[in-house]
Design a protein around this ligand. Structure first.
Ligand code: KG4
Ligand code: ZN
Length: 357
């Protein structure tokens, strides 16, 4: 029996310091041996958002303890690690630099390969941590910084089909939460408040609903929420606005996913139609169940990472590390931190005023 690869993943791109060890079984399925996440919610709560300088300081204070804990919990020895995979981007440069430098230093001292990981590829491969997932598949990546439809045809092979032209979906959830007076990070709370409200009370806009292919836009929605929130007096009205926001998002994603299905089918020869939703917002149960139903209707198999691996974590970084290790894709230690790093480097920039769809 040959030794299975043992990969250490390190993540520090935003406000989570995380480390994880993964390996695989005889069938080649990944096994998560440890998955340690230290969130900085308390550090940023009073500021209503992530403060880069404070985030970086917190990563520096914790990174060695978190990595040590991941190694201890895995039951493995540090010498048995076969490769170190660190997030190199996209994200906040002061934060990325912490996990990236730590990973490189460990790689140099252990004399083991170093793998630079795109954080978005971590989200893209996260469903592989608990299910078999073959290429090609259609990916809806919805997080705090990104909202995209991508056709995934292999490791590192991404074609963007659509993207947000303004805010990311997670950002829209967080801003709505803030307007409703919910403490940072409020995104997940919207879903809870929405359950108590009337989803038909307010008529919210659905920007570029009937145009722009499967591109997305959420800025106009935020402005409408802002206007209504100024006149809210009761808790019930707050719940109603949350419910309307949640429903509007589900309607937009339903429509745009349908468009993305068609784009995906045009561009790929498909035996099994597979749809994956990943990223922090994919933890939203209302969005999940709408997508599951849509997939059933359109004969797609729907796949999601486990709820606890939707948000930022290092197991997904180690997962990319494992795939790259097996195909011997290593990086030199001068690999830079990349605050911007698209999965589809050929895709044109589609953001801001004057965007033509
Ligand atoms: O993927 P992630 O952890 O970090 C980034 O890479 O950005 O995503 C974080 C985003 C936040 O905006 C958060 O509010 C949102 O995901 N989020 C949710 C839910 N859980 C997390 N949004 C809506 N419903 C949820 N249940
Ligand atoms: Zn993320």
């Amino acid at each position: 029996m040959s030794k299975k690869p043992l990969i250490l993943g390190i993540e520090s791109s935003c406000d989570e310091t995380a480390a994880s060890l993964i390996t695989e079984n005889e069938q080649g399925d990944p096994i998560v041996l440890s998955n340690i996440i230290s969130s900085q919610v308390d550090v940023h709560k009073d500021f209503g958002g992530v403060v880069p300088e404070l985030a970086a300081r917190s990563h520096i204070e914790k990174i060695d303890l978190i990595v040590q804990k991941a190694i201890d919990e895995s039951g493995a020895k540090i010498q048995d690690i076969d490769a170190i995979a660190s997030t190199a981007g996209p994200g906040l440069i002061v934060c990325l630099s912490v996990g990236l430098s730590f990973g490189k230093a460990l790689s140099a001292s252990l004399k083991k390969p170093f793998i630079a990981v795109n954080h978005l590829e971590g989200h893209a491969l996260s469903p592989k941590l608990n299910s078999k997932l073959d290429y090609p598949y259609l990916l809806l990546l919805i997080s705090g910084g990104h909202s995209q439809f991508l056709s995934v045809s292999g490791l590192g092979k991404y074609k963007r089909l659509g993207t947000t032209i303004d805010d990311a979906l997670g950002e829209a959830f967080d801003k709505t939460a803030k307007l409703l007076g919910v403490e940072f990070p409020g995104g997940p709370q919207i879903e809870i408040l929405a359950k108590k409200g009337n989803p038909n009370k307010y008529d919210l806009p659905k920007p570029i609903f009937n145009k722009g292919g499967c591109n997305l836009s959420f800025a106009g929605l935020k402005t409408a929420v802002l206007k209504i929130s100024k006149n809210i007096k009761t808790d019930q009205e707050k719940f109603d606005l949350a419910a309307c926001f949640q429903k509007t998002i589900e309607d937009i994603l339903n429509k745009k996913t349908n468009v993305a299905f068609k784009e995906f089918e045009k561009q790929n020869i498909i035996k099994n139609k597979v749809f994956v939703a990943a990223g922090g917002v994919a933890a939203n149960k209302g969005i999940r169940s709408m997508l599951i139903n849509l997939c059933k209707e359109k004969n797609y198999q729907s796949m999601f990472p486990p709820i606890n691996l939707c948000g930022d974590n290092a197991a997904m970084i180690a997962m990319v590390g494992l795939e790259k290790f097996k195909s011997k894709q290593f990086n030199y230690l001068d690999f830079p931190a990349k605050p911007r790093w698209s999965l589809d480097t050929d895709a044109i920039f589609l953001k801001g005023a004057g965007v033509k769809l």
